[in-house]
Design a protein around this ligand. Structure first.
Ligand code: PEP
Ligand code: MN
Length: 300
């Protein structure tokens, strides 16, 4: 059992919480968030947004504030980037997910974002978590790269304790001794979160692996394990990207992935292997555990 969590804990029989983002229901069906690592130009963002929407994505991602390892690397367009995201939302109707890195920016970034992302590097920035809680906006809380499930859920608790129930968790890989992949994508967090918390969980296979050919198989594996959704980096021209150019899918790659996700979803539905949306029975999680929502409405 995870210690000290109250509001984030799943009580016996409790269903996964559904977070409504302008009509997109996270925690019900399979929700796909796609878009570039960074907002770079208006055409790059809007063209990507139109293409991912056409392929079936439900929300648009794109960083206007980029937490970079080097202070000399592209830091994002800031306000200009948020205005571009706003245009992309108007153009496509896709809700926008974008990162906030500074406590002082939460309220005004929240005016442009439909979901505020708190990145792995800021997972335990407790003042940022409190501000995010006060904003009342849906918050996508990524797992810190050195963080345990207990630490992660306690961070969700910070947001919830401020009266904001709209927390979405996102596993994005952790640091291990393995350096072949950018991070080690910990898919066991899907059943682990499912058992311990009622909050929805997404998987980010882009940062989770950092390797283009690995994104599709890990996305499919995440769906088979019952994720509530995926956050995937897609760029109209990855080779020219200003950040994470090696892990951003091209549009045709994303279209092909979406097609496979649809087929996988249909397979699970036809086989009746899982009961969509049913809550797990906490008393016997090993035998009665039902995978949630990935097999209901989503990707259609
Ligand atoms: C991102 O999604 O843009 C990002 C920076 O991811 P992470 O915080 O997981 O590294
Ligand atoms: Mn990135």
């Amino acid at each position: 059992m995870i210690k000290n969590i109250k509001l984030a804990a799943r009580t016996p029989g409790q269903k996964t919480t559904i977070i409504d983002v302008n009509g997109v229901k996270v925690g019900q069906g399979l929700v796909i968030i796609a878009g570039p690592c960074s907002v770079e130009t208006e055409s790059q963002t809007i063209e990507t947004a139109i293409a991912v929407k056409k392929a079936g994505a439900h929300m648009l991602r794109g960083g206007a504030f980029k937490p970079r390892t080097s202070p000399y690397a592209f830091q994002g367009l800031g306000l200009k980037g948020l205005k571009i995201l706003d245009k992309a939302r108007k153009e496509t109707g896709l809700p926008v997910v974008t990162e906030v890195v500074d406590t002082r920016d939460v309220s005004w970034v929240g005016e442009y974002a439909d979901v505020l992302q708190i990145g792995a590097r800021n997972m335990q920035n407790f003042s940022l978590l409190r501000e995010a809680g006060k904003s009342g906006k849906p918050i996508l809380l990524k797992r810190g790269m050195y963080s345990t499930l207990e630490e992660w859920l306690n961070c969700a608790e910070y947001i919830l304790a401020e009266g904001n129930p709209n927390v979405i968790l996102c596993e994005r890989g952790i640091r291990t001794f393995e350096t072949y992949t950018r991070n080690t994508l910990d898919l066991s967090m899907i059943p682990a979160v499912r058992r311990e918390s009622h909050l929805p969980i997404l998987i980010d296979p882009s940062h989770g692996t950092g390797l283009l050919p690995f994104i599709e198989p890990m996305s499919l594996a995440a769906v088979a394990a019952g994720t509530d959704g995926l956050e995937i980096e897609v760029h109209i021209d990855p080779a020219s990207a200003l950040s994470d150019k090696d892990q951003q899918l091209t549009i045709p790659m994303f279209e092909s992935l979406m097609e496979k996700l649809r087929k996988l979803k249909a397979f699970f539905e036809e086989s009746k292997m899982y009961v969509p949306g049913e809550s797990p029975d906490n008393s016997t999680p090993e035998t009665k555990f039902t995978l949630p929502s990935a097999f209901s409405e989503a990707v259609d």
